[in-house]
Design a protein around this ligand. Structure first.
Ligand SMILES: Nc1ncnc2c1ncn2[C@@H]1O[C@H](COP(=O)(O)OP(=O)(O)OP(=O)(O)O)[C@@H](O)[C@H]1O
Ligand SMILES: [Mg+2]
Length: 465
């Protein structure tokens, strides 16, 4: 019995009204371990002494502003979930509290069920966060893929594939849009393989001029061409016994493709201007953000080389197809840039997080990383909201909701306004045929007529005003 009691989640209630304190205790003590404090000062003290899962905080306290209590609690443990309790007429304050890092708020008078379900939801999120942290550490421990963030099914399939092919010497071809993490995956293949202690040499084929690429890859002998004053060791030789990563391989010209094919087949080559044959043992990992198969069809990429490279194919999905990874990546980049810039940006409020998750990220993870880097650089700390986000990230719908919200109308008025516009649109599209409009809206015609009546929409389409 004793043990079970200890396992219950703990809640600290900071509330000066003793009859309310009794109400909370009666409501919660069956399911939670309850600590109470009737002033801000005592509450903070309690929080420092006990292991607390959630703080329920009345914003109006005799000795201290509730906001101050919130700020102090967050200073003691920035991850604590604080739920603020507020009167019906001070919802604005609750919104301010959320900006300061409160997790949610409850408006008095409240329904018991509402409080209980909010508490359990909060605890569920805490469990999920812990699980994510655990899984992340497990993944990095077992696979040593620690710097690749993402738990989506598609990414897990990729981790699985990396593990299965790493210890073969098979050539790997990595495809995917720009910024999806192809280079990171190439490095993971190397890290997971027995070649790990040996070099990983990366060559960006698109960044080297056509005239230089041959000597970059194969090296040259002294005097091989004008300007070749010294012998130069190429990337193939540098990567010997390790991995050579040929990035943007689609930009190699056909002539170089032929030379590359020969090396892949024979595992030997000569330096430019040299006669000595050099044998190498190099594993090739190649990447391209162009579709090489399309290039083969267009005859700009050699078919035989394509099949040589395409032994194991890893296709990295664009970020918009694994939206579940976005919050994890955001956490990862926040931690990275907070440390780099010595900042304390905690995260995003719900609306901003939603905007970030729903954006289509044409530049993929690289674009996300750049956005977070910029936001951490220009904001010192706190929880960022929509206004902090770059304009092009916010969809017009989010923006419209934001504007309506700023105008201060109630949810009822805002919903009515939306219904009005939506119904008018359906009626217009149906040339004011109510049966058809009701069908488009997915409601019964009688319901439509009632709504039109309530919203002052005239059945003939003429303005009622
Ligand atoms: N899953 C991920 N976890 C953590 N960081 C990532 C992830 N994917 C990409 N990144 C980061 O995003 C940036 C872009 O990744 P990378 O250079 O590997 O992309 P790429 O697919 O090679 O892009 P490009 O085709 O433009 O060369 C890098 O800074 C990388 O560290
Ligand atoms: Mg790259």
């Amino acid at each position: 019995m004793e043990v079970q009691t200890e396992l219950r989640p703990s809640i600290l209630i900071i509330e000066d009204d003793s009859s309310l304190l009794l109400t909370y205790t009666a409501l919660l003590e069956d399911q939670f371990r309850i600590y109470t404090a009737e002033s801000g000062e005592k509450g903070i003290k309690r929080f420092q002494q006990e292991e607390i899962n959630i703080i329920l905080l009345d914003l109006r306290l005799p000795d201290m502003d509730g906001m101050e209590v919130l700020r102090r609690a967050k200073m003691i443990d920035e991850n604590v979930d604080v739920i603020v309790i507020t009167g019906n007429n001070s919802v604005r304050t609750a919104v301010d509290a959320i900006k300061l890092g409160a997790y949610d708020y409850i408006v008095k008078p409240f329904e018991n069920d509402e409080v209980l379900s909010l508490l359990w939801r909060t605890l569920e999120r805490q469990n999920l966060m812990r699980e994510v942290l655990y899984l992340r550490s497990e993944v990095s421990r077992h696979l040593n893929l620690g710097n690749i963030v993402g738990q989506s099914e598609k990414m897990c399939q990729i981790y699985d594939l990396i593990c299965r092919v790493a210890d073969t010497n098979a050539t790997v071809l990595i495809g995917g849009e720009s910024g999806t993490g192809k280079e990171l995956i190439a490095r993971a293949v190397h890290q997971q393989s027995q070649r790990r202690p040996k070099p990983f040499v990366a060559v960006n084929c698109a960044a080297i001029s056509e005239t230089l690429i041959e000597s970059e890859l194969f090296g040259h002998e002294r005097g091989a061409f004008t300007g070749a004053v010294e012998k130069h060791i190429g990337k193939f030789e540098l990567a010997n016994t390790g991995v050579l990563f040929l990035d943007e391989i689609g930009s190699l010209r056909l002539e170089m493709q032929a030379k590359l094919l020969r090396i892949l087949q024979e595992r030997e080559f000569e330096r430019v201007g040299g006669t000595k044959t050099i044998r190498i043992d190099v594993r090739i990992v190649a990447a391209s953000n162009e579709n090489l198969f399309d290039m083969v069809k267009a005859k700009t990429f050699r078919e035989d080389l394509y099949y040589r490279l395409n032994v194991i194919q890893i296709q990295v999905p664009p970020l918009r197809e694994r939206k579940g990874d976005i919050p994890l990546l955001i956490d990862h980049f926040l931690a990275k840039y907070n440390q780099e810039f010595n900042r304390k940006v905690q995260g995003f409020n719900q609306a901003a997080m939603q905007a970030l998750v729903h954006y289509h990220w044409p530049g993929n993870v690289r674009e996300l990383e750049n956005v977070i880097e910029r936001l951490v650089a220009i904001n010192a700390d706190g929880i960022l909201d929509m206004e902090a986000l770059p304009m092009d990230l916010i969809s017009l719908r989010d923006k419209a909701v934001d504007d309506i919200f700023s105008s201060g109308v109630s949810l009822k008025e805002a919903s009515a306004e939306f219904d009005r516009h939506y119904i008018l649109k359906a009626l217009e599209k149906s040339r004011w045929n109510q049966t058809e409009a009701a069908k488009r809206l997915g409601i019964h015609r009688n319901t439509l007529m009632n709504k039109m009546d309530a919203l002052d929409i005239r059945p003939d389409g003429n303005s009622s005003i």
